[in-house]
Design a protein around this ligand. Structure first.
Ligand code: FAD
Length: 316
């Protein structure tokens, strides 16, 4: 079933969905099952699986020169999606990114997903690679997520890259895209960022999942601004609890978001052993308020921490 069908069917009800990361290469599928098994009691309508492109590492050779090696640390997104659907009978949403893919490779990946019966995708651009200061698309790849959305939408209309295919089989992908309540870090301002999000929706996106945030006001203002800009599709808040003090710095550095003063103050003065409980409680309060506001779904970034996610989901 499509992600948006779940929202349509259960108007007024707030679903809970989860996002998992593929295990590091050499790991097993059991790590994903260990995360998801205890969370299935919350009946998530869908589970997202992130995609991680290759990274570069530099190995020092005997000559003193460095050798640049590309490695993919977390392969397996498509296989994990198929496995999740098979084990739990719930829909899996693979994240598809522009980075590292030609449009031909993207088309082939979409054909595979369609054949596997996966009919939801989250269409993203991806970030700049380590050691690159900006996102560099493949020469024959997409530069922005909107172009990827267009490609998926074309396939939904039976339009493939090969113009000789006249009556191409129509795929039926429900397309989600990313949104940023505190704006995307490259965007000059929130208005411009939302303007490009409008383009993603016009191109065929049916729902938005947001970057994590810790102040619900930012989310509510973002939804208002999107609605004013003409976006009518469901907007799903993404949440991730803080479990360690160092995340007060690492999360803003990595995700370009702000931490509310009240949360920072409470965490800074707390003993290390109490930090997790504070972060979990903060996330529960955020979740309760979001639920009361009538959001269609709350999306939790599990980061493989089933226990913490379970605690939060139980509380709401
Ligand atoms: P875009 O929508 O293309 O936007 C990127 C930037 O370009 C923005 O600043 C936007 O305002 C601007 N822009 C857009 N269109 C245009 C245009 N036509 N002209 C000029 N500027 C434009 N990354 C991964 O690698 N794997 C994942 O699994 C993953 N999952 C994610 C899930 C969620 C819910 C979120 C919020 C992010 C996720 N990311 C993931 C990170 C994401 O790839 C990065 O945030 C990336 O930098 C931007 O992706 P996007 O799809 O928002 O890009």
């Amino acid at each position: 079933m499509k992600v948006t069908d779940y929202f349509d069917k259960s108007k007024g009800q707030t679903h809970i969905s989860f996002e998992v990361l593929p295990p590091l290469k050499g790991g097993s599928m059991q790590a994903i099952f260990d995360t998801l098994d205890p969370l299935m009691e919350f009946k998530p309508p869908f589970i997202d699986v992130t995609y991680h492109r290759e990274e570069f590492i530099y190995n020092k050779r005997e000559s003193g020169y460095y050798e640049k090696i590309a490695i993919r640390k977390r392969p397996g997104t498509v296989g994990i999606c198929a496995s999740i659907m098979h084990r739990y009978g719930v829909d899996a949403v693979p994240h598809l990114i522009c980075g590292g893919f030609s449009i031909e490779e993207t088309e082939n990946a979409l054909i595979d997903l369609n054949f596997l019966g996966i009919n939801n995708v989250l269409a993203l651009r991806g970030d700049a690679r380590q050691f690159e200061d900006k996102f560099i698309p493949e020469p024959d790849g997409h530069k922005y997520a909107v172009e990827l959305v267009r490609q998926v939408n074309n396939m939904n209309h039976g339009i493939y890259l090969d113009s000789n295919i006249e009556k191409g089989s129509k795929t039926d992908f429900c397309i989600g895209v990313a949104g940023y309540p505190e704006k995307h870090y490259e965007s000059p301002n929130l208005e411009t960022d939302i303007m490009f999000t409008v383009e993603k929706v016009k191109a065929g996106a049916s729902y938005i999942v947001t970057q994590m945030f810790y102040d619900n006001e930012n989310f509510f203002k973002y939804v208002d601004a999107c609605r004013q800009a003409g976006i009518t599709v469901p907007i799903v808040p993404g949440l991730k609890p803080i479990t360690h003090k160092y995340q007060l710095n690492s999360i803003p550095r990595k995700f370009f978001i702000n931490m509310p003063e009240a949360l920072v103050k409470e965490m800074v003065k707390a003993d290390d052993k109490d930090v997790k409980a504070i972060g979990v409680e903060w996330c529960i309060q955020q979740s309760r308020e979001l639920k009361a506001s009538g959001v269609p779904c709350i999306h939790y970034y599990t980061m493989g921490d089933a226990k913490t996610t379970h605690k939060i989901a139980s509380a709401i």
